[in-house]
Structures are given as C-alpha cells and as structure tokens.
Design a protein around this ligand. Structure first.
Ligand SMILES: [Cu+2]
Length: 241
C-alpha cells in the first residue's frame, strides 16, 4: 500500500473507531457459512439423563438431553449446532482489545448455558448460579488458572479472567451430566453455530485466513479463505463421520 494512503486510512480508522482501538475502518470483510452434516443422523441420537438424584434439578427438568451432538434437522441440508468457528491463522501481529462487557455463564435448570462459547483473553467471565441448589464449577484447563469452586446458593456470581488462548471443558462435580466448552481467543473473530447451523465472522481485515471449526464429537476441520476489503466469502464445512 502507498505510504500516504496508509496514513490517511490510519487516521480515518482512528477517528472512526476512536484512538486506542486497533480495528481499522476498512476492516470490513466477512467470512460466513454453515456446518453441514452428511451421514447417518440416527447413529447420534440424543440420549437423556435422569436428574432425580438432585430434587431441585428434578423440579426444573426430570430429564436432560445430552449435548455432545445436536443436529438442526429442519435446515436443508442438516446442520450441526454448537460448532465453534474461528480464525486460526492469518491475523499476523495485529492485537485486539478485549470488550468491556463480560461473558455470562449461567447454571440454570442444572445445565450450563451456553454449552459452547468463546471469550477473549482478558475479558471478564461472570459465572452465575441461577438454581436453588449447589453447583461446582471445575475448569479442566491445562493453560489457564485452574478454577474449582462451588456456588451453593441461587444468585451467587463470581467474576474470572482467562488470560491465555485455550480450549477446555468445564464440569460440575455435583451433577455429572453438566459440562460446557470454553475457548479463549486473542482476537474477536469467532462464532458458535446455533439453531440454523450458520456462522459469520465480521469486521475482518483483507487477508488470507485459516478458518477452523471445532466440534466436541466430530473434531476439527480447517480451510483457507482469502477475502479482499469489503468482500463477503462463503466457507461451508461438512462433517461426514
Ligand atoms: Cu451442578
């Protein structure tokens, strides 16, 4: 890029975004897509777990469905829920500031909500107990601080901060069916598929990226996607176990 143009763009970026924010005004490329499933859906039938060991859990839900594999059977083609899609590589030495808003992890109805989520390194994670029963939050991280604490009362909250890039599982030692996945990023380009099985990574600088998808049962997949400034590219992933 011509040096003069780069300076003008930097100034426009700084004025638009506010000084101190690293995103540039022309960081507007989009990579989006869906997570398709090709295979025998019946093989992964969702099982249920009885909650009667804890009367408080039983009160809200007698049975809880397992979370490992959830398909969106109404989409065409069939898509997969709870897949984390993110930029694995390609941002170079750019740095991104974590948002001020916390990410909320709630224990509600004796389930973790959400089941899969991303957070930026340095961003606050607020863990809340929404149930009138004792929950235990046990991080299985090998990289970040090993948190293991209980929240015995409804309404209790605790704020944590994760500082390093990481992917780990969280479990409750009181209720063995409870679990969730947390992924920590040093950039904001991540998304989790929901009921429509789609994802969208917005605000990307022009560049060539490795986009990775992670699902707790079907594993990781990646592809290379190149986007120009202002361009939107589609990157669909297919799990065919
Ligand atoms: Cu629990």
């Amino acid at each position: 890029m011509h040096r003069g143009k780069a300076i003008v763009l930097a100034l426009v970026g700084a004025l638009t975004m506010g000084w101190g924010c690293q995103a540039m005004a022309d960081d507007n490329a989009v990579i989006k897509g869906k997570i398709v499933f090709k295979g025998d859906v019946a093989k992964y039938k969702r099982s249920t777990i009885k909650t009667n060991k804890d009367p408080q859990c039983k009160k809200s839900k007698k049975k809880i469905g397992t979370y490992a594999v959830i398909f969106n059977k109404k989409t065409d083609p069939i898509t997969v829920r709870n897949v984390m899609v993110y930029v694995k590589d390609g941002l170079g030495d750019r740095t991104y500031k974590a948002p001020d808003e916390p990410v909320l992890l709630t224990q509600f109805g004796c389930e973790y909500k959400p089941h899969v989520f991303g957070i930026m390194a340095g961003q606050t994670l607020t863990v809340k107990n929404g149930d009138a029963t004792n929950h235990n939050i046990h991080f299985q991280s090998k990289v970040n601080t090993q948190h293991n604490f209980t929240q015995p009362k409804k309404g209790m909250t605790k704020d944590l901060t994760l500082l390093k890039e990481d992917t780990f599982f969280v479990k409750c030692d009181v209720h063995p069916w409870m679990g969730c996945h947390i992924q920590v990023f040093d950039h904001p380009f991540f998304a989790v598929t929901g009921k429509d099985g789609t994802f969208e990574l917005k605000g990307l600088p022009a560049g060539k990226y490795t986009i990775e998808a992670f699902h707790e049962k079907f594993g990781k997949m990646s592809m290379t996607v190149e986007v120009a400034s202002g361009e939107t590219k589609t990157a669909d992933f297919t799990y065919a176990p």
